[in-house]
Ligand binder design. Sequence first.
Ligand code: SF4
Length: 407
Amino acid sequence: MNSRETSIKRAEELGLYNLPYEEARKNIVTGTGGAFREWYSVQKEKIMSMLGATDDDWDNWIWQFRNRTDDLDFLCEVLALSDKEREEINKVAEKYRWAITPYYLALINPLDPNDPIRRLSVPSAAELEGTGQTDPMDEEHTNPAGVITRRYPDRLIINVTNACAMFCRHCQRRRGIGGYDTDSGAQLIMESVQYIRENPEIRDVLITGGDPLTLRNGFLEDLLSELREIRHVEIIRIGTRTIVTMPQRISWDLVEMLKKYHPIYVNTQFNHPQEMTREAITACNRLANAGIPVGNQMVLLRGVNDDKYTVRLLNHELLKARVRPYYIFHAKQVIGTGHFTTSVDTGIDIMEHLRGHTSGMAIPTYIVNAPKGGGKTPILPQYMLDRDENSVTFRTWEGKEFVYPNH
Ligand code: SF4
């Protein structure tokens, strides 16, 4: 066989690896797919008419935020929920707050009880079952000043609000959500800024909450300009899920303001390709065009994305929108979210499937957070099979074994 014939044979062999994914992706809903657009436009019209809204209202983040629904009658009507479901939501609401933006509510297929967006946003009786902790990360004991969380040598978090556009049912910080929206207040925020000023090793500050992009531009700009005055703060990151749950928030005004404080990075959390709608993609593009890199921190969630093909498709859709798949977080043992938890094996299987089957850009790091704030720990499938001072034995993504010199 000549070299061209060998190459063709190998190329055919490689092409065959793709077939199961190509077949599986036909059944995974994306936010730009035809089926999705059909129900989304019907649901959007229905919600707008119930709220007496115009298209301009729909495209305005303040309208979306003010009209977050926590009204059970409204929810039951939009999704045609049964009396049993109504009763369950009512019970859950006594313990855990819920609210959904009109936009995110319209993403739910009302005919599918297992719709992933429904699982992420609509309270379920499973939240009242199972065990877990309220603060598995022990954040309470990592707060040296103001509203700071510090777990690493050179970086820290400022928690500026407990408000979110949508209260995710899997939220890993649900203890902070409380019963009503409240920002952290000028005094605690200034105490936090002062702590950063006094600690020159802090080179990276993450502004989060809750969701900081539920706050007005003026509030954010005051904080950004204070931080930018501190010479040792090299980068500022913003953690927000509004790109996913209220993409209208990524307005021209916002990106024009943010880009004055570069280098700014944004981390978000898309969990399913159904969230990658035209609106969300526009938001991602606006940030990318303003020179703001966006990274995705997916949470591995049972019944939502615990499937290798769903994760692969999500990562491809993210890259198309110029978002880098950054982390896959293993869901923590947070009380009220146990029904979302998968085994670590599930995460490892997904990582095993990604490596080799797609480009390295589409492969995030799978992280298990060590208990008690011990830090992010990367977990990988085992590629190194043996190692001594002379050689290492490893396997490739196809399972072929090699011995390599270790000197
Ligand atoms: S946006 Fe983040 S903090 Fe807010 S509810 Fe969702 S996961 Fe929790």
